[in-house]
Design a protein around this ligand. Structure first.
Ligand code: AMP
Length: 386
């Protein structure tokens, strides 16, 4: 009998999970309040709110296992589904990731280095936090922040009042500003039996809080090993099943954790075309109790996020993805909107020199070479090979 996977969420991550799972003989059912959820063409779409009991029951009853493609699902919804069928990753991981204070406190307890932080619930709290941490620092909402939303860098004393005016009605966390040398992420998959595999540590570049590019290989094995130790602590502590991502800052050769995501991640999209097994396939393997696939990168890879509107690209009829000399387009078939993640393109090559040549050419074609300053990124890479 074909297994059906339920997914809370029907965005591009759910879509790519389904694209990976269909060849494995899996079927999909998505719960998402958006009428135009872009995963819907790959399975059944239950169009309902996250806390719609009847809809949650329907999802639980139809699925062999349920997973999710974003974090802000009410805990009570996950619990309701858990009474009907297994939910992976464990809702406890979801709970920890939903609140930056809970998350950072857990990481600190597990000995995972993080920037100094304080909870902020009042103006005096903010003044005390800034006094202790020093300027610059970052004020963030504890919940519902993503892609740099709900946060503000405080550089001067005067910024405090302005930040309070904007964010003061929310529960907040104030953290030290990390003047990082690079940002990176480690993605791991853990099976039900505890078997864990890791993809190569990926270097990430953000623009205005949103991921712009991800690339591998980017770091030497020593740093890879350190990152694996850190994520392993989270995986074991949470008795985790599925794919997890840990976002990290690199500063003076040391790794500091920023946040973890209990799901497949934008910085792992390159694995579809560049690794032996993608993050999407291994997430499904893990939650279905199947052995995990190898994660080694076959190729050098660089992914550009496509925001707002899909650029012109040579397309093949009836396919949303094509390969042309190591250029892999992924169109999520979403309606264009300023700043919206609507697709990505991954460049792959057998050598780093070839990768950069292709990436530079593509960046010029996409009109993002100046904005991303890839020349400087490339030059900076050698200095980061620790
Ligand atoms: P987040 O929503 O926490 O993932 O933050 C989005 C982006 O903001 C990160 O990828 C960093 O580029 C930047 N950022 C967040 N927190 C800090 C920090 N404490 N120090 C420096 N940059 C930060």
């Amino acid at each position: 009998m074909t297994s059906t996977i339920g997914i809370l969420g029907g965005g591009q991550l759910a879509r790519m999970l389904a694209q990976a799972g269909r060849p494995m003989g899996l079927k999909f059912v998505f719960l998402d309040p958006a009428k135009d959820a872009c995963a819907a063409e790959f399975g059944e779409h239950i169009c309902a709110d996250w806390d719609d009991e009847a809809a949650l029951r329907k999802l639980g009853q139809r699925s062999a296992v349920v997973t999710f493609d974003f974090e802000n699902i009410p805990g009570s919804s996950a619990s309701l589904i858990e009474s009907l069928c297994p939910v992976y990753p464990p809702p406890r991981a979801l709970y920890k990731s939903q609140d930056r204070l809970r998350e950072k406190t857990m990481m600190q307890k597990l000995g995972i280095p993080v920037a100094p932080f304080h909870a902020v619930n009042s103006r005096p709290d903010l003044i005390a936090a800034v006094e202790d941490i020093g300027l610059p620092c970052v004020l963030k909402t504890r919940r519902f922040g993503y892609d740099g939303k709900g946060q503000m860098v405080l550089r001067f004393q005067e910024d405090m009042e302005r930040a309070w005016q904007i964010h003061g009605e929310h529960e907040l966390i104030c953290e030290g500003f990390v003047p990082f040398d690079a940002e990176c992420s480690i993605i791991a998959a853990r099976g039900k039996d505890g078997q864990t595999v890791y993809w190569p540590l990926t270097r990430n570049l953000h623009r205005e809080g949103i991921l712009a590019i991800s690339m591998v290989p980017a770091f030497e094995s020593q740093l890879q090993a350190s990152a694996e130790v850190l994520i392993q602590r989270l995986l074991d502590h949470l008795d985790y099943t599925g794919v997890m991502t840990l976002e990290l800052f690199l500063k003076d050769g040391e790794l500091l954790a920023n946040e973890f995501a209990p799901r497949v991640h934008n910085s792992g999209h390159w694995t579809i075309n560049g690794a032996r097994t993608s993050q999407f396939e291994n997430h499904l393997r893990a939650i279905c109790g199947l052995p995990l696939g190898e994660t080694k990168n076959n190729l050098c890879a660089l992914m550009f996020n496509l925001l707002g509107q899909m650029p012109e690209h040579p397309s093949q009829q009836d396919e949303d993805q094509h390969t042309l000399q190591g250029i892999h387009w992924h169109d999520y078939q979403k309606v264009a909107r300023a700043g919206r993640k609507i697709g990505h393109v991954t460049v792959t090559a057998g050598s780093e020199a070839e990768l950069w040549a292709r990436a530079m050419q593509l960046a010029a074609e996409l009109g993002v070479n100046q904005e991303l300053n890839l020349d400087a990124v490339m030059q900076g890479m050698s200095g980061l090979r620790l």
